[in-house]
Design a protein around this ligand. Structure first.
Ligand code: PRT
Ligand code: ZN
Length: 222
């Protein structure tokens, strides 16, 4: 599909924890999404917008570059991206109330923990190295951040790291792996982001309309 310059482009997660909520929110906002779950894009019938279904990690760059004018993504992913950029070109325009989770440092149940000083000199495995490093810097802690792209909770057992720093929602994963949370690093939920790249006037108007419809949906859920 060639990029149609008269239509808004909205990036949402293709498949994962945010996908159904993201589609649901846009539907509640009155957008009729043509379906086809395996497609990479979908046309909205009754609004000048196209959806792009992508990995959540790609959403910040798409919106920052203006390839997509809007995106729905977790604040955790956004923050990790932003900490690696000089000036990310997007702004958060709505907190969406789903995808809530907390980035926490966790330690094996049995290991002693006496506050952040216990992290000194330790190795901490995480998929969020920049957020973790910022937390360590803010607290004056010298520790080694070990980047893992998945299965972070296995790191202590594999002796890759003494601690992990991972997202927690129910806490069941930590418990199943014999870990307990010891520090809260970052609290997150899904947000709607808008590019700061200049857009054509027609798109600005459509974007304002989209945002006001989404605000309307969110207001009914408060
Ligand atoms: O394929 P793609 O890259 O798009 O997806 P992904 O696998 O990177 O992300 P996905 O679908 O797992 O999560 C998308 C977003 O959902 C995250 O970026 C968060 O903003 C949000 N979210 C909310 C969570 C969780 N809750 C969550 N519990 N993301 C991940 N988890 C994982 C966590 O990493 C751990 O493995 O769930 C496990 C812990 O869950 P509990 O319930 O056992 O505590
Ligand atoms: Zn991802």
């Amino acid at each position: 599909m060639l990029v149609d310059e008269t239509r808004l482009h909205i990036a949402i997660q293709k498949s994962g924890r945010l996908s159904d909520y993201s589609r649901g929110l846009l539907r509640d906002a009155g957008l009729k999404i043509q379906n086809g779950k395996n497609d990479l894009t979908a046309r909205v019938d009754n609004f000048p917008a196209d959806l792009m279904f992508v990995r959540d990690d790609d959403i910040p760059i798409f919106v920052s570059d203006g390839v997509c004018e809007f995106g729905i993504v977790g604040e955790n992913v956004l923050r990790e991206f932003s900490l690696g950029e000089d000036s990310p070109r997007f702004e958060v325009v709505a907190q969406l109330g789903f995808g809530k989770c907390t980035l926490k440092i966790a330690a094996p149940e049995a290991s002693p923990y006496e506050g952040p000083q216990s992290l000194r000199g330790a190795r901490i495995a995480t998929s969020y190295p920049r957020i973790l490093q910022r937390f360590l810097d803010d607290n004056g802690i010298d520790a080694t951040v070990v980047k893992m792209n998945g299965a972070v909770e296995l790191a202590p057992r594999l002796q890759i790291a003494a601690f992990i720093c991972d997202l927690v929602s129910t806490g069941a994963t930590l418990e199943a792996n014999g870990l307990r949370a010891v520090e809260t690093v970052f609290t997150s939920e899904a947000v709607l982001v808008r590019t700061r790249k200049p857009m054509a006037e027609a798109k600005v108007d459509q974007g304002a309309k989209l945002l006001s419809r989404i605000d309307g949906v969110l207001a009914t859920k408060e």
